[in-house]
Design a protein around this ligand. Structure first.
Ligand code: UVW
Length: 324
């Protein structure tokens, strides 16, 4: 589609786009995470059977190829060793009673540069964020709907894994390959699991596995387009009706990069996060969890995650845990 025919986000989603603004009051910064109450924690716990633990963060700050998978324009973490054993080689080395030596690192990171939670205010259109907050509250520091309220609350509930790559009989989905809620339902049926109201929806595309098997990371970025969920009004209503609190995927941006019908970039970020208050978790490592789920055909588990408490953060790294 020619660039000048691409509609605006507002035109694509419509003036009557499904919204949850005001549902949890005018000051809400948690959106659909409000669904995750104590009852949902206990529901999640009921899905623990074997005690197996899976950590879902990718490695952060890899120096060997292909490095860390990141959204174009961002940089992977740069970690610098500030103190190590050589610090104590010189005559003016620090001296601690008893002879203590230690190592220290500093790091420069994009908060969205590894497995992370997006703040609800991370994306917007037409000058308004989640719950109608003014987009100018993002200037200099995210004053409203930052990652901090999510980090303070923690995200705990029943997780359900839908393995789209396995459903389609592939190690990973292709660049730009799309799926929608009907495909999720079909994959769930195939797996013998239901996507229940308030489930933390975890979707595997195999895209992280693809990344780590690349000889040349440049091919990942050439004509950059990830596979993923694709926008439709029906899909947005499906999320709203099922009251999904959190969408977790193994891609950098949780949806196909540009909507194939309209050409609009990341419309689901706006339709789900900005309008409904669905929290997004990206760049998750799901392959080990998926192997275990497939081995005994149990696709639900206790999911627990808390991003770092970054004050005014647009997002924050996280190492979510799935317990089966
Ligand atoms: C963008 O929104 C650009 O990135 P992400 O949500 O994937 O961090």
């Amino acid at each position: 589609m020619a660039e000048n025919t691409v509609p605006t986000m507002g035109e694509l989603l419509g003036e009557d786009a499904p919204k949850n603004w005001g549902k949890w009051g005018p000051d809400d910064e948690l959106g659909c995470l409000n669904y995750l109450d104590a009852g949902e924690v206990l529901r999640g716990i009921r899905h623990v059977r074997s005690g197996e633990v899976f950590t879902l963060q990718i490695h952060m700050g890899r120096t060997e190829s292909p490095g860390d998978p990141i959204w174009p324009g961002r940089k992977g973490m740069s970690r610098k060793n500030e103190l190590d054993e050589s610090t104590w080689d010189g005559e003016d080395a620090p001296a601690f009673p008893g002879g203590l030596h230690y190592a220290d690192d500093t790091a420069q990171i994009f908060l969205q540069g590894s497995t992370q939670y997006d703040a609800l205010g991370h994306v917007w259109y037409d000058g308004q964020l989640w719950n109608g907050y003014d987009a100018r509250t993002t200037i200099g520091a995210m004053e409203k709907a930052s990652v901090l309220p999510i980090a303070e609350k923690g995200v705990v509930g029943r997780g359900v894994l839908i393995d789209m790559a396995r459903h389609r009989g592939k190690p990973w989905l292709e660049k730009g390959e799309t799926f929608d809620h009907t495909d999720l339902e079909a994959a769930a049926k195939n797996q013998g699991v239901d996507i229940e109201p308030h489930d933390i929806l975890v979707i595997r595309t195999g895209w992280m596995k693809y990344w780590y098997e690349l000889d040349d990371p440049q091919s990942f970025y050439d004509g950059f387009v990830e596979p993923g969920l694709t926008y439709s009004r029906e899909l947005v209503e499906w999320f709203q009706q099922r009251e999904i609190p959190n969408l977790v995927t193994d891609t950098i941006a949780n949806e196909v990069t540009a909507d194939p019908n309209s050409g609009v970039a990341l419309p689901l970020h706006c339709a789900l996060m900005r309008n409904l208050g669905v929290t997004l978790t990206e760049i998750a490592w799901l392959d080990d969890l998926a192997e275990a789920c497939a081995a005994d055909n149990r696709w639900s588990f206790l999911y627990a995650a808390a991003p770092l408490k970054v004050v005014h953060g647009t997002g924050a790294p996280v190492n979510p845990i799935a317990i089966r």
